[in-house]
Design a protein around this ligand. Structure first.
Ligand code: ATP
Ligand code: MG
Length: 568
């Protein structure tokens, strides 16, 4: 698999500077070896993409290697489905671990043996306090912890108990193995952390082989060391765990000596990036699944029409820093807009159709008019779009009583139909309840292709489809998942985050569009064909609008009382 193009990364961030220094100093014989260590307890999200791009990126830039390691130390929440989805998503993003697929669970025996070593060295003991008692003994940030009455158990007794823990003789929660470090340490992570706990739970890979499972803080440094990782990159919340990471490496005969470096996790406005919260959205049915196009998961973004290139460009643009910050989701939207602008074909699709009859156009006639596929890319060529007497235009493109800034169609007014003709609205037809059902218009045959020989130039150009030729479609419009910039834990999702339009009409060239195909619907935004789409029942997702309408709305709210911005 091709590694992503890294030309865009201009100046070096603090991690790349640090790695470059280590290479220059010939640390680890000049080797650079990183890893991406997901826990298979959920689907990957855009925050993970930042970590993937960083780990695989730093390795590739230094002719190094990056492992994929499943950190599967907590069997109660881990599944094969999650593991498979993670592999799919890492590949989709454009990265490959080659033959370096690892599992923390493959180290369970080694982790057990190292723990036995710590016990023999008097550096670990079996504690028989309850979980609550351990918590209570731990102290606080301002108060030292208290030693457990079991802390000074003789080595022989510890070895025997630990062996019996492993043999499955005890119930969950009755004993734990703890490192013997320092209950008075100002760093609570150093107050005799738990290494192994008893859990009679089947592991999705190891089965029932183990009933004691290692804690993350213990398993991680050792896994890194066993794999020869040189730089173990993790998020800032582990900064205070670093002394513990180093303690294990200092006190065990591990083959390599990795260093942990922390960076700021990605936070994105108007959404949540925590597997626990995303899992809740899925389980409580607030969204349709992990790949619901509103989700910030990679599978959701993919289904929504995001490209891996856009996500990598986004990760590159936000950079890597040491200070936590919230990135505006508009920046992610900018990245996909930028990418799709280059790659997608323009087509015409009417989302909320209004019937237009061209009174002076010959009955039964069809013309094939030339339309440009992509003004950003001449090689994309042109296509034919059929024009006939009955058309659909967008309901929003007509106003019976147009406000001052509204330049689109209105009674008596002339507009241009893209690639077609100028039309003038002559009559508005309403039903019994007063709703507009049809416009009667005339066209000017001299304006074929959208130009007038006398230099007339209407202020608006509208998209349209020919009613007899158009293909019906469903379109799903998505908006931000939450209305709050930083959603609280119990925040409800944005009720308008999904709007379903069931009676759209799209141009006939879309008839054979396949799931995943991407288009720009002229004047509306970028859309892709959804997985639910069938040849005779097309379904499109709106990936992103053409412009950042939220920024506009917010600006308008600031101005207060500004007009309703209706220019085309
Ligand atoms: P949770 O969402 O429950 O906190 P997690 O996101 O930490 O879990 P992991 O599977 O442990 O889940 O994450 C794998 C790697 O991705 C870790 O190295 C972690 O630091 C990194 N990572 C996770 N979230 C982010 C984020 N928002 N920004 C950057 N990196 C992240
Ligand atoms: Mg984690």
């Amino acid at each position: 698999m091709k590694m992503p193009d890294l030309e865009a990364s201009s100046s070096l961030d603090f991690i790349r500077v640090r790695v470059a220094e280590d290479v220059r100093a010939n640390k680890n014989d000049g080797r650079v070896h990183t890893r991406f260590p997901p826990e298979p307890n959920g689907y990957l999200h855009i925050g993970h993409a930042k970590s993937i791009c960083l780990n695989f990126g730093v390795a590739a830039e230094n002719n190094g290697l990056c492992n994929l390691r499943f950190d599967d130390t907590n069997p109660s929440k881990e599944t094969v489905e999650f593991e498979e989805s993670i592999k799919t998503d890492v590949h989709w993003l454009g990265f490959d671990w080659d033959d370096r697929l690892y599992y923390a669970s493959d180290y369970f025996r080694k982790l057990y043996e190292y723990a036995v070593q710590l016990v023999k060295d008097g550096k670990a003991y079996v504690d028989s306090l309850t979980a609550d008692e351990i918590r209570e003994h731990r102290g606080t940030l301002t108060e030292a912890g208290r030693e457990s009455p079991y802390r000074n158990r003789p080595v022989g007794e510890n070895l025997h108990l630990f062996e019996r823990m492993r043999a499955g003789e005890f119930e969950d929660g009755t004993h734990v193995l703890r490192a013997k470090i320092d209950m008075a340490s100002p760093n609570v992570n150093m107050r005799d952390p738990v290494l192994f706990r008893i859990m009679h739970v089947t592991h999705y890979r190891a089965g029932t082989q183990w009933v004691i499972y290692p804690m993350y803080d213990y398993a991680h440094p050792i896994s890194d060391a066993l794999e020869g990782i040189t730089h173990s990159l993790c998020t800032l919340e582990f900064e205070d765990h670093r002394p513990l990471y180093d303690w294990f490496l200092d006190n065990l005969p591990v083959p390599y000596r990795p260093v942990q470096i922390e960076f700021a996790r990605l936070n994105l406005s108007y959404t949540v990036l925590s597997k626990r919260k995303l899992l809740t959205l899925v389980h409580e049915g607030h969204v349709k699944g992990w790949d619901d196009p509103r989700m910030p998961t990679l599978s959701g973004l993919r289904r929504r029409g995001y490209t891996p290139e856009a996500i990598r460009n986004f990760c590159d643009a936000i950079g890597v820093a040491k200070r936590d910050a919230v990135v505006d989701v508009a920046q992610l939207e900018h990245a996909i807009r930028d990418d799709l602008n280059r790659r997608s074909s323009r087509v015409m699709a009417v989302l909320r159709p209004l019937r237009v009859v061209i009174e002076n156009y010959p009955e039964g006639q069809t013309e094939e008019l030339d339309a440009v596929n992509n003004p950003e890319d001449a090689s994309a060529g042109t296509r034919k779009v059929p024009f006939s007497k009955v058309l659909y235009i967008e309901r929003d493109d007509f106003r019976q009583d147009p406000p001052k800034q509204f330049f689109r169609l209105a009674p008596g007014r002339e507009v241009r139909l893209r690639y077609a003709y100028f039309i003038t609205c002559k009559e508005v037809v309403k039903d019994a309840s007063g709703d507009i059902v049809e416009l009667r218009c005339t066209y000017d045959p001299a304006t074929r292709g959208g130009d007038s020989p006398d230099g007339r130039s209407p202020k608006a150009t509208l998209h349209w489809v020919s009613a007899a030729h158009a293909v019906p479609a469903e379109v799903r419009l998505y908006d931000r998942l939450f209305n709050e910039e930083r959603p609280a834990d119990d925040a409800p999702i944005n009720p308008s985050s999904l709007e379903l339009l069931a009676s759209c009409q799209v141009e006939p060239s879309l008839k054979n569009a396949k799931p995943g195909d991407r288009f720009q619907f002229e004047r509306q935004g970028y859309f892709c064909v959804d997985l639910d789409s069938k040849p005779d029942a097309l379904v499109f997702n709106r990936t992103v609008t053409l412009r950042d309408t939220w920024a506009k709305i917010e600006k308008k709210n600031l101005k207060r009382g500004g007009n309703s911005g209706t220019g085309h």
